[in-house]
Design a protein around this ligand. Structure first.
Ligand code: HEM
Length: 200
């Protein structure tokens, strides 16, 4: 009759537990997994946070763009500004550079009219020239509008995407007005750009 591996009776409680554990390969595997996770957690707790210098704030841009002008703002140019057009409106998405900047998951949208890609769930700049989106169905157009609502909420509105031959609006009067009305008030850069002109 085969006998079980003897467990020394003289050992203390802890010794018995250790022996129990090392006798089973499953227990050893679990022990290694726990040690690994504990190591990861401790390492994270003691890790020195990496220093990311803040991105320099670019001056607010207020301008209408032709599709050719828009293309230059893909984040690879010197100032690193990134613009994206959605539904005929241009947004400054520089603060979302980790998405749209070079190497980002949506970098194809940088300097592009992203409407068609967003409508068709494709991460590609689907249009080279001006796209009037007239062949999109109502669901796709609804999707474009929903995406635009997200951009509007998160990013600064810059201006309209111009149709071929369309004249840009001169916003310098607006700016002077804004400057004089906000004189003395500290303005907070960031969310909630004013989109006075809207291209539906
Ligand atoms: C497997 C497919 C996908 C996954 C797992 C995914 C994942 C994500 C995640 C996690 C975010 C939020 C990131 C954050 O706020 O921190 C995001 C944002 C976004 N995704 Fe996707 N995505 C996918 C496909 C797509 C596709 C096909 C499109 C294009 C139509 C798209 C366009 C976007 C856009 C425009 C944003 C917003 C970025 C911003 O806040 O400016 N995604 N995605």
């Amino acid at each position: 009759m085969a006998e079980d591996t003897p467990v020394p009776e003289s050992g203390g409680f802890l010794t018995n537990i250790v022996l129990e554990i090392v006798q089973s390969p499953l227990n050893i595997a679990l022990l290694i997994a726990i040690a690994f996770l504990a190591f990861k957690i401790l390492k994270r707790t003691h890790a020195v946070p990496a220093y990311h210098p803040p991105e320099p704030q670019l001056p607010k841009l207020r301008k209408d763009f032709t599709i050719e002008e828009l293309k230059k703002f893909d984040g690879t140019q010197e100032d690193g500004r990134v613009l994206v057009a959605v539904n005929g409106n241009v947004y400054d998405v520089t603060k979302g550079k980790r998405f749209y900047g070079p190497g980002g998951p949506y970098s194809a949208f940088a300097g592009c009219d992203a409407s068609r890609g967003l409508a068709t769930f494709s991460v590609a700049c689907k249009t080279d020239g001006y796209d009037d989106l007239s062949d999109l169905n109502s669901m796709e157009m609804e999707s474009v509008r929903e995406w635009e609502a997200q951009f509007k909420e998160k990013y600064e509105y810059v201006g309209r995407l111009l149709r071929p031959g369309e004249e840009p609006t001169n916003y310098s009067d607006d700016e002077e007005e804004e400057e004089s009305s906000s004189a003395g008030n500290a303005t907070v850069a960031g969310e909630g750009g004013g989109d006075k002109k809207k291209n539906e």
